[in-house]
Each structure stands twice: as structure tokens, then as C-alpha cells.
Ligand binder design. Structure first.
Ligand code: DQA
Length: 147
């Protein structure tokens, strides 16, 4: 049975490709989903890809993944910088957690430099554009192969 990776996306990422393209690029979240699905098939992984603007949805999905998945890739977007709730949910998971940011949060405003989620993440990928999701998926495959 293939291993399952949840790919969770936080607020405003539904606007990927439309908002601030000079920062986030031109690819949409549907494009990212398709790219991830294609790579996951190559890697023999199953992905569950979701987005919500609501913090509680992300927490519920992390809790769901805790039972149903072997790894989480998460771009918590603005909640990275505010959400102890998402951090706590991720801390309750005993498998790889990979944090992705499309932009390099460390090169931007000071309020983006700190991420609660990074306190739990096994790896953080920032500033690689949407390719960061693919890098995270490859890393998940490596960690799961060795598990
Ligand atoms: C983001 C960076 C966050 O600071 C921001 O709030 C986002 C997207 C990124 O992917 O670069 O919405 O997580």
C-alpha cells in the first residue's frame, strides 16, 4: 500500500498565481496540485492536497493526517507567523513534517521571519517558488524510504 502524504495550504494560497505574482509567481494552486500528483506517482506516494483560509480546518486536517498519513507537507502561509494551534497539532504527529514557503520569508518583512511551525518542522524550504513543494515531496520520500 502506498504511503500517504498530506499537502496542506493555508490562507490566501487559493490566490496563488493571481496575487502578487512578483513574489509568488504565476503558477496557480491547481498547477501545484498537478505537479505534486505527477511527482507523487513517480515516487510511489499518495497525496491528499487541500487548502483553507480557516485555521481550524488546517488543525482538523493535521489531526486527520495524524491517523491517515505518514507525512505532512504544509505551507501554513500567514498562520506560520501566528498559530500556536497549528504548531500544537503538528507536534502531536510522530512523522515527518515539512514546511514550505514559496517566497523567502527571511528576505521579507521582519514579522515573517519567525514561524511557529518551524519549531516542529523537520525541514523548512523557503524561496524556491512552487518547486519547494516538489523538493519537500522528494524529501518526504527519502525520509519514508528510510523509515
Ligand atoms: C508564504 C509566506 C507567508 O509569509 C505569507 O503570509 C503567505 C505565503 C509563502 O508561501 O511564501 O501567505 O507562506
Amino acid at each position: 500500500m502506498s504511503k500517504v502524504v498530506y499537502i496542506l495550504n493555508g490562507p490566501n494560497l487559493n490566490l496563488l498565481g493571481k496575487r502578487e505574482p512578483e513574489i509568488y509567481g504565476h503558477q496557480t494552486l491547481d498547477d501545484v496540485n498537478e505537479m505534486c500528483a505527477a511527482l507523487a506517482a513517480e515516487l510511489g506516494l499518495e497525496i491528499i492536497f487541500r487548502q483553507s483560509n480557516a485555521e481550524h480546518d488546517l488543525i482538523d486536517w493535521v489531526q486527520e493526517a495524524r491517523e491517515a498519513a505518514q507525512a505532512i507537507i504544509i505551507n501554513p502561509a500567514a498562520y506560520s507567523h501566528t498559530s500556536i494551534g497549528i504548531l500544537d497539532a503538528l507536534s502531536a504527529c510522530q512523522f515527518p513534517v515539512l514546511e514550505v514557503h514559496v517566497s523567502n520569508i527571511h528576505k521579507r518583512e521582519a514579522f515573517r521571519h519567525f514561524s511557529y511551525v518551524s519549531q516542529r518542522a523537520d525541514a523548512v524550504i523557503a524561496g524556491c517558488g512552487v518547486e519547494g513543494y516538489l523538493l519537500a515531496l522528494r524529501r518526504a520520500a527519502t525520509l519514508l524510504d528510510n523509515a
